[in-house]
Ligand binder design. Sequence first.
Ligand code: CTP
Length: 400
Amino acid sequence: MLNNKKIILGITGSIAAYKAAALLRLLIRDGAEAQVVMTPAAKEFIAPLSLSTLSRKAVVSEFFAGKDGTWNSHVDLGLWADAMLIAPATASTIGKMANGIADNMLVTTYLSCKAPVLLAPAMDLDMYAHPATQSNLQRIRSYGNIIIEPASGELASGLVGKGRMEEPEAIIAALKNHFAMRSALHGRKILVTAGPTFERIDPVRFVGNFSSGKMGFAIAEGCAERGAEVTLIAGPVSLRTSHPQIRRIDVESAREMHAAAMESFPSSDAAILCAAVADFRPATIAEEKIKREDSSEMILHLTPNPDIAASIGALKRSGQIVAGFALETSDGIAHASAKLKRKNFDFIALNPANELDAGFGVDTNRITIIDSNGICRAFPLKSKQEAAADIINELITRLP
Ligand code: CTP
């Protein structure tokens, strides 16, 4: 898993820095090419010579070498790496990473790094539990970085609690798991629907809903990051897609989304249906703008839209996996389970529609995954990226 992988090993000023030597040995043993970047404080805890000997590369710590002015390019380093692993990561470095304070070579490299970043915090239990540290970690998570949670145990201070850097073997396992996950959907084709649909009333008005598309876009990005080729059928949203493995089809109405989904699904390995499709559309679309003075009352006749999920569920072949969402205001488990059956889903993600921090518009979600055997798994409030990762992990375990 690590053979020929280019890893930046960032080391910061913690007593746990001595474990970085063992970590580096494991990286090299597993065939990785490692470039050590240290903060000035880290050098107080472990000698650069030990690390350059183990990595067979000069350790980088300053922006340029004092002797001859050789410039160490953090940009080149950031582009070179397949992953950046910061272990140990102190509270100070975590704060700088969260806030983009680029006052040393390690943080500038972090900000330039396009590759995934993993970090293993190390600090005293009270520092770790402090709201400032926790909110910085939360911010770092929202950038897509992976936190290797510290272990509980005896700390250098003599206190006992959570804050001890994970053991090198566990950090290496997390790194390998990360690379395994990144290729878990390699060669797979995944269809994702996202956002609302707009159903025209006249040339300037529509029937729609408040869906922002954030959940579906997070799922599309997450699948692409794990190597899938994604077809993202998006209703009208203001979100952008950046991943080259996402083919985006923009649609407006449920019927357009239905047509695009039916075309893509037969060649897909899986579909994740996140769109908040309008169940009804105006029976006729007025050609001219409807005028206020035309009538004293406005009655809109609606006709049912196709159920995209049910059509896909009915088409599903053995081996294809279909997952959907249920946005409910009450009796969530019962409604979601009924939808799962009706639409022939393999699993469904239930999310509440009437909570401020979950559902439409916001950046967080609280999902419960229910499968066709009725097994429910409730997840805590998470960013939509993290909730997307939970759903994608569920998909990965089910794909043949
Ligand atoms: N869905 C769909 N096409 C529709 C309606 C829903 O593909 N016309 C999909 C959604 O993307 C979601 C699932 O079906 O994955 C459930 O959507 P939801 O709106 O919660 O359920 P409905 O079937 O519309 O039922 P209701 O509105 O009665 O709750």
